[in-house]
Design a binder for this molecule. Structure first.
Ligand code: NAD
Ligand code: UD1
Length: 331
């Protein structure tokens, strides 16, 4: 199929592009390069020996998006593009609501105009809020603690309403848990332009000595060792989830958790990283981070069954591939 991938030079999008190309799809990538680098495109092509059509376009630019749809015959859209820094979204909420919501609406408008009926959306486990684990797709969503999370919940609702009104529209809402790791080649990985947000990039910064110590947010959670528990998923497993979602897309709206179904604490992740890579990760305990929940992991039975997809790589592979990519960056 001809798939339009938004945010395809970003962290998850670039890994998914490799998986999609390997599965035989042709790709049109659209990204404004706000949080990614153009050389990622060449790396994806080198890894797969395939061509990619690329447009440096902002998805809030309706005319430019319309033009792309008018030029190409598109069979489906995977919409990764979005701003994702939780803390920043609290500082500049309008920027987040505008970018994430308007992009989604502009894209769907073009899909309906040009009869593109397959739409896969990058959502997040954040929409579950502080529900009881494991998180199941049928749960009522709870408010998130920040505008970023709200843009995900709102985008989901917008897509659900549009699918209701357009019975031929097929939407797959993919709720990612905690993507980490990098492509096994060491060529692709997470390379944000701005400040870091998530745990794994800070682990590598501490291991490299760029920061003195990793700050572990909270040691008094009701968990196995007092630190927060998350469902880390290897980005290449997540990438495979998109190929599966596209292959199995159905009319109406389908929601899938993409995770491993296993929880790992911050300390367990640090120790796995140290053991796998033979390097120390200096850390210190600090106060809890406002807005954090204690435990988050997925019930993945729906994606396992309906998409015939399972995350296969363990926490050690996630740590190994992350570190290989970081080592390559400094070479
Ligand atoms: P990323 O920042 O690496 O990639 C997003 C890409 O979208 C970037 O290349 C950026 O330049 C592009 N972009 C942003 N706004 C755009 C616009 N208006 N027009 C064109 N391009 C635009 O982020 P990622 O980690 O790859 O995340 C991809 C998606 O998955 C995002 O929607 C994110 O919210 C969601 N998600 C990510 C995580 C995570 O932990 N990484 C977890 C859950 C959900
Ligand atoms: C965060 C976002 C969430 C988003 C998800 C994936 C918040 C409140 N939530 O979730 O909306 O969907 O990323 O992008 O930011 N930790 C440390 N030290 C650090 C960084 C993190 O101890 O320097 C801990 C956290 O407290 C948490 C775990 O590591 O227990 C994972 O944190 P993180 O990678 O930021 O992901 P989430 O908190 O799950």
């Amino acid at each position: 199929m001809n798939i339009l991938v938004t945010g395809g030079t970003g962290y998850i999008g670039s890994h998914a592009c490799v998986a999609l190309l390997e599965a035989g799809h042709d790709l049109i990538v659209v990204d404004n390069l706000y949080n990614s680098k153009i050389d990622t495109l060449e790396k994806m092509m080198r890894l797969t020996n395939k061509e990619i059509t690329f447009y440096q376009v902002d998805l809030t630019n309706e005319l430019a998006v319309d033009k792309i749809f008018s030029i190409h015959s598109i069979d489906g859209v995977i919409h990764f593009a979005g701003m994702k820094a939780v803390g920043e979204s609290v500082e500049v909420p309008l920027t987040y609501y505008y970018n994430n919501i308007v992009s989604t609406m502009v894209l769907v408008k073009a899909c309906l105009k040009y009869n593109v009926y397959r739409f896969v959306f990058s959502s997040s486990a954040t929409v579950y809020g502080d529900n009881t684990v494991p998180f199941v797709e049928t749960m009522d969503l709870l408010p998130t603690t920040n505008p970023y999370g709200e843009t995900k919940a709102m985008s989901e609702r917008i897509l659900i309403d549009i699918a209701k009104a357009n019975p031929t529209f097929s939407v797959s809402l993919l709720r990612y848990f905690n993507p980490v790791g990098a492509h096994e080649s060491g060529l692709l990985g997470e390379r944000p332009n701005g400040t870091l947000n998530n745990l794994m990039p800070y682990v590598t910064q501490a291991a490299k000595g760029v920061i003195k110590k990793l700050k572990v947010f909270g040691s008094d959670y009701p968990t196995v060792d007092g630190t927060g528990v998350r469902d880390y998923i290897h980005v290449m497993d997540l990438a495979g989830g998109h190929v599966a979602a596209l292959n199995n897309i159905k009319k109406g709206v389908q929601i899938y958790n993409l995770g491993t179904g296993k929880g790992t604490s911050v300390l367990e992740l640090i120790h796995a990283f140290e053991k796998e890579n033979g390097i120390e990760v200096p850390f210190e305990f600090v106060n809890r981070r406002p807005g954090d929940i204690a435990i988050c992991y997925a019930d993945v039975s729906k994606a396992n069954k309906e998409l015939n997809w399972t995350a296969k790589r363990d926490i050690f592979a996630m740590c190994r591939d992350t570190w290989r990519f970081e080592q390559n960056l400094v070479k």
